[in-house]
Ligand binder design. Structure first.
Ligand SMILES: *[C@@H]1O[C@H](CO)[C@@H](O)[C@H](O)[C@H]1NC(C)=O
Ligand SMILES: *[C@@H]1O[C@H](CO)[C@@H](O)[C@H](O)[C@H]1NC(C)=O
Ligand SMILES: *[C@@H]1O[C@H](CO)[C@@H](O)[C@H](O)[C@H]1NC(C)=O
Ligand SMILES: *[C@@H]1O[C@H](CO)[C@@H](O)[C@H](O)[C@H]1NC(C)=O
Ligand SMILES: *[C@@H]1O[C@H](CO)[C@@H](O)[C@H](O)[C@H]1NC(C)=O
Length: 522
């Protein structure tokens, strides 16, 4: 609650110093160091750090929020917009007339593992955790990805239709994981959120009896061909899923054509997978999924193709979207962040956007600690926070409209995961102590999710000279501007922002820091 100061007091403070840090009323990070390069913030049933909900100061002033390796966590500040340039060497000019994509939202995934971990806390700590993610006092997540059936972050293998040859899906039934864990948590998350959540569904595997390999894992695809009975039933499975969740008042904004389809074809996952070639995906959408959805009670559900690494772009999108029969049922392209370091964003995301500007790009999965060389949970890793912020900025600057983290919460080993594919999460739960740790990556998400409300539109930013700073700027739906600046260098970088509509903001990005600056324009 940083902004409870009355306007006269605020003005007085601003008058006294060019930049004041407002801390009264906001709850500070209860920092803990686990021996990595930075700290986590510990939360329990009665305490969790928060800056409260954001409301910007009047025209002529700006707000800033800073997180850093040195230990700042969304530290609020405020200052005066200047009439004249400070003459700082580096100037970032905001070009509000250069308009790009509009934001849909940010979020994470309600996997079985996430649900198990959240529910391992006391009821009050569960609420605290959900509020941290979904309330406007928290970081305002608006997107939740929901796995359909089991994935590696489950404790057992199941689908919703495991009765062999059940082509009518007579025995389709949600799992106890849905009914007892994910659905109640999604309902609670929705209740904390000021806006309807954008739910996104992805399936990992079809039932074994529909598949060429007869099991949920490894290399295998649907038996037969698009238009055939397995492909038709697999499309109906999605509709049944939407119907079942709707009976709990959970309506999906979008679904993907299936998690990581390249895995079930090219690689041999040790966990749930369903292979599609882009051609098979194209024909399945055109012949089965698209018509089934169109004829269902949920014809407005968005369909996102691919749901896999951007390495496959633009090729995969070209195969599917150049076909009008498939393309008319598709709304966007879903991308995962794995291997982003070796695939430039412009030649994958940028090229896809320019080829198919009427389809949006959406980030559906990312996590740290997946790489065998840097595995599992690292409590307090600022390096991983930078990996997130770098990737988000790069994606946003290449037309992506949203970015979805993977598991909303994991335990200290980075699970549970039935194949021990342990990774990291922005929230790590220690059930024994009834606490959870907010990792530096939680704040990376916050610097975007808390400020870039749905409908925010990216605008141009041009630097006066080469800089190591990474940045992206947006006009929010209320007309205010938010600029996110990442400094991954070990040096403080002084800069000023020029928004011709309001003036100059002189600022500085500490070493290894992430900064959100925001100001009203009228
Ligand atoms: C919760 O955390 C706060 C701040 O760290 C601490 O003062 C309080 O004692 C903790 N409460 C419990 C129940 O552990
Ligand atoms: C801004 O610069 C102009 C021209 O250099 C000068 O006349 C004016 O006094 C300056 N205003 C402020 C508020 O410093
Ligand atoms: C499947 O559903 C049918 C009809 O609803 C029922 O008779 C049968 O017992 C179910 N089979 C299984 C394996 O659940
Ligand atoms: C269903 O959810 C919406 C928000 O998505 C809420 O406004 C409405 O009250 C809910 N209805 C019931 C019956 O819970
Ligand atoms: C896939 O990997 C499993 C072990 O996880 C192995 O048993 C199987 O033979 C492999 N299949 C192929 C097609 O490589």
């Amino acid at each position: 609650m940083a902004l409870l100061f009355s306007p006269p007091l605020l003005l007085a403070l601003v008058f006294l110093t060019a930049e004041v840090t407002l801390t009264t009323g906001s709850k500070k990070c209860a920092a803990r160091n686990f021996g990595h390069d930075s700290v986590v913030c510990e939360c329990n049933s009665t305490y969790c750090d928060s800056v409260g909900s954001v409301s910007l100061p009047p025209l002529g002033q700006y707000s800033s929020y800073l997180s850093s390796m040195a230990g700042s966590r969304l530290e609020p500040g405020q200052g005066q917009v200047q009439v004249n340039s400070s003459g700082a060497g580096l100037r970032l000019t905001v070009n509000s007339f250069q308009k790009y994509q509009k934001i849909r939202g940010f979020g994470g995934a309600m996997t079985d593992a996430a649900a198990i971990n959240i529910l391992s806390l006391s009821a009050a700590a569960q609420d605290q955790l959900l509020q941290q993610y979904f309330s406007s006092e928290g970081i305002g997540y608006s997107v939740v990805r929901v796995p359909m059936g089991s994935c590696d972050f489950s404790t057992r293998l199941y689908t919703y239709a495991d009765t062999p040859e059940d082509y009518n899906l007579d025995n389709f039934t949600l799992a106890p994981e849905d009914i007892n864990m994910k659905i109640p948590l999604l309902q609670r998350a929705q209740a904390f959120s000021p806006h309807p959540l954008s739910l996104l569904a992805s399936a990992w595997s079809a039932p074994a009896w529909m598949k060429t390999n007869g099991v949920l894992i490894g290399k295998g695809s649907l038996k037969g061909h698009p238009g055939g009975k397995n492909h038709k039933t697999w499309a109906q499975y999605y509709i049944r899923f939407l119907e079942e969740y709707a009976s709990y008042n959970l309506t999906f904004w979008a679904l993907t054509t299936g998690n990581e389809p390249s895995a079930g074809r090219m690689t041999n996952y040790s966990f749930q997978a369903l292979g599609f070639t882009p051609e098979e995906q194209r024909d399945w959408v055109a012949l089965d999924l698209g018509p089934a959805l169109h004829a269902s009670s949920y014809p407005h559900t968005h369909v996102l193709l691919m749901d896999d690494v951007r390495l496959l772009l633009p090729y995969w999108a070209k195969v599917v979207l150049s076909d009008v029969h498939a393309g008319r049922y598709i709304h966007g392209v879903a991308v995962h962040w794995y291997m982003d370091r070796v695939v430039p964003a412009d030649i994958s995301l940028g090229v896809t956007h320019h080829l198919y500007p009427e389809y949006y790009l959406f980030g559906t999965e990312a996590c740290a600690g997946w790489n065998p060389l840097d595995r599992g949970v690292k409590l307090g890793s600022w390096d991983r926070a930078e990996q997130y912020a770098h990737d988000i900025i790069e994606d946003l600057n290449q037309y992506v409209v949203g970015w979805t983290d993977w598991n909303l919460a994991l335990d200290q080993t980075g699970g549970p995961n039935w194949v021990k594919n342990f990774v990291d999460s922005p929230v790590i739960v220690d059930a024994k102590r009834d606490v959870f740790y907010k990792q530096p990556s939680f704040y990376s998400m916050a610097h975007f999710s808390k400020f870039l409300l749905e409908g925010s539109q990216r605008v141009g930013v041009s630097p006066s000279r080469a800089t190591e700073l990474e940045y992206s700027a947006f006009i929010r739906p209320d007309g205010s501007v938010a600029l996110i600046v990442l400094n991954r260098s070990p040096l403080v970088i002084q800069f000023e922002v020029w928004d011709p509509a309001v003036g100059y903001i002189s600022s500085s990005a500490p070493a290894h820091s992430l900064l959100t600056l925001a100001w009203n324009t009228h």
